[in-house]
Design a protein around this ligand. Structure first.
Ligand SMILES: NC(=O)C1=CN([C@@H]2O[C@H](COP(=O)(O)OP(=O)(O)OC[C@H]3O[C@@H](n4cnc5c(N)ncnc54)[C@H](O)[C@@H]3O)[C@@H](O)[C@H]2O)[C@H](O)CC1
Ligand SMILES: [K+]
Length: 511
């Protein structure tokens, strides 16, 4: 799904009204009606008090449409207008009058903190203060209003975006944002929903299709893409009946050091479970028995050194090399990596300590193979690209790094983001239970296993990240977040594949 900027959405709005000969007011009525329908379906007429807080722009206008519709349907509604300026939008004003004509009551005007209403914990709050037109942080009593609403225990539903957040630029005042329980967002999720500094204000959201012109949206290049099941279904390559293991590649996993052989076990097993035809693990001598005993399907090659990797040699042509988990950053290992990168012409998946070796040694950075897939967590990324001021600065610096080095960078996190030059692909699976040791080693193995099977670098990155998160979600469904460990993710890779094309369970037929 495409993620558009505020400017693009405003333009889409204009294009839609022109092309379909409808007014902005009709678009607002349609958007507000959909929010009303969403609430009505869930509330079924319940007389829970609903407080709607409207700004004076079009987001406020949406709030007024919702309020009017709810009142017409007999709900217990109170509407407030935070009158922070007199520059009310045209559609706001028309809907303001419509509220009066339909309900015989004006919304309550709020001019200062003295006008804040009393709210009970079981009441519902609807936030229609600011939408994507926010152009500066809320200040004075409006900021206090946001804080006052945040103090309430009531369920908070934000329209389009939690007020105080910019859809696609850095947050300036984290104390002036509505902490929404749920957000109903128009047409496209906003980039801010997926970044750590701003995403925490958007724990749940749903996209409401308000009918912006499909052709315009299709031809507009978005600022990012959200990768969900619908997208990855198209990536999947079905196995052929008359195929053999040679057709699914031979992955080499270079991983482990004394005390961290588990990293190589996790990566190698994950590569196998993802479908690689053959997997060889290259480990220090001390890892030999561990690997042979724990994964009989994996072939093992060892370094001459017992404790660490010092010279990576092998006697076959790997289709891909996954390198880094648990290898440490000792100088012998750095030398081995430099040699590997300069002498080998196969696709690479580079993770963990291999990234640290690159960041700490200019001479390794210089031989970083083009088209490699790098999978840093934020700490590793910082070592590679330097510090950033905010999430957007982080994305810009990563884009620059990706362009200069001609590599794919997967920034791991709650929503892992693949950066390929200027393009951003945001993963939509995973859960906080996956923030656990070894989870990254599994991902490295999975992406390596997909490249081995012939998926190109970008598809392998996106598909692997999706399946990893989906498998993690399936683990969490049975074990919860806390008990989830990295090995569990591997055990659910198969279920994650099956789930790609699973049919929803049928409701039992009534006799
Ligand atoms: N995308 C669409 O096609 C549709 C969007 N709808 C809704 O419209 C809003 C965007 O409306 P807009 O009028 O552009 O902006 P806001 O409602 O967010 O209002 C901004 C308003 O407030 C002023 N302002 C901005 N920041 C501050 C501040 N910190 N303090 C005080 N005042 C501020 C600004 O100058 C404006 O006057 C979108 O989110 C949707 O909810 C449609 O209704 C359907 C179509
Ligand atoms: K809002």
């Amino acid at each position: 799904m495409k993620i558009f900027s505020a400017a693009q959405l405003h333009k889409a709005d204009e294009a839609t009204t022109k092309k379909h000969n409808i007014t902005q007011l009709e678009l607002m009525e349609h958007a507000g009606t959909q929010i009303f329908n969403w609430l009505h379906q869930r509330m079924q007429g319940a007389q829970v008090p609903i407080h709607i807080f409207c700004g004076i722009g079009n987001n406020g206008g949406d709030g007024l449409v919702v309020g009017r519709k709810l009142m017409e349907a007999g709900y217990n509604v109170e509407m407030y207008v935070a009158n922070f300026t007199d520059k009310r939008s045209k559609c706001f004003l028309i809907n303001y009058d419509r509220v009066k004509s339909s309900t015989k009551k004006w919304p309550k005007l709020m001019m200062s903190a003295e006008d804040f209403p009393e709210i009970n914990p079981e009441d519902i709050l609807i936030d229609a203060l600011f939408g994507i037109g926010l152009n500066r942080p809320p200040e004075g009593w409006v900021k206090k209003l946001i804080q006052y609403l945040n103090e309430q225990k009531s369920f908070k539903l934000s329209i389009d975006i939690p007020s105080g957040l910019y859809p696609d630029q850095a947050l300036e005042d984290a104390e002036a944002v509505i902490k929404a329980n749920h957000t109903l967002t128009f047409q496209s999720p906003k980039l801010a929903f997926f970044l750590p500094e701003t995403g925490k204000f958007v724990p749940y959201y749903e996209v409401i299709d308000i009918g912006l012109d499909a052709e315009y949206l299709q031809k507009t290049e978005s600022i990012a893409q959200l990768i969900s099941k619908q997208e990855v279904q198209q990536f999947y390559k079905q196995r052929e009946k008359f195929s053999h293991k040679g057709m699914y590649g031979h992955a080499l996993i270079v991983a482990g050091s004394y005390g961290k052989i588990g990293a190589s076990v996790l990566s190698a097993r994950a590569a196998l479970r993802s479908g690689a035809g053959l997997v060889t693990a290259f480990v220090p001598e001390c890892g030999y028995e561990v690997l042979q005993a724990s994964i009989p399907e994996v072939m093992v090659l060892t370094d001459t050194e017992d404790d660490l990797i010092t010279d990576i040699s092998y006697d076959f042509e790997p289709s891909v090399i996954g390198v880094g988990p648990g290898i440490g950053t000792k100088k012998e290992t750095v030398t081995a990596l430099k040699k590997l990168f300069s002498e080998t012409k196969v696709p690479f998946v580079i993770d963990a300590d291999a990234l640290n070796c690159i960041a700490e040694n200019e001479s390794v950075m210089k031989v970083l193979p083009k088209n490699s897939i790098l999978t840093p967590h934020p700490g590793e990324l910082k070592r590679l690209i330097g510090d950033w001021t905010d999430d957007y600065d982080k994305l810009e610096k990563t884009k620059k790094f990706s362009e200069e080095k001609e590599v794919i960078v997967l920034i791991k996190g709650a929503h892992s983001i693949a950066v390929v030059g200027k393009q951003l692909y945001i993963n939509n699976t995973g859960n906080p239970g996956m923030a656990t040791g070894g989870s990254g080693d599994v991902l490295t193995g999975m992406i390596t296993g997909l490249v081995a099977q012939g998926y190109d670098a970008l598809l392998a990155t996106l598909f692997g990240t999706y399946l990893h998160g989906r498998a993690g979600n399936m683990v969490a469904e049975t074990k919860g977040f806390e008990a989830l460990i990295a090995s569990d993710i591997i055990e659910y890779i198969g279920d994650a594949y099956l789930d790609l094309f699973a049919q929803p369970e049928q409701e039992p037929q009534q006799q």
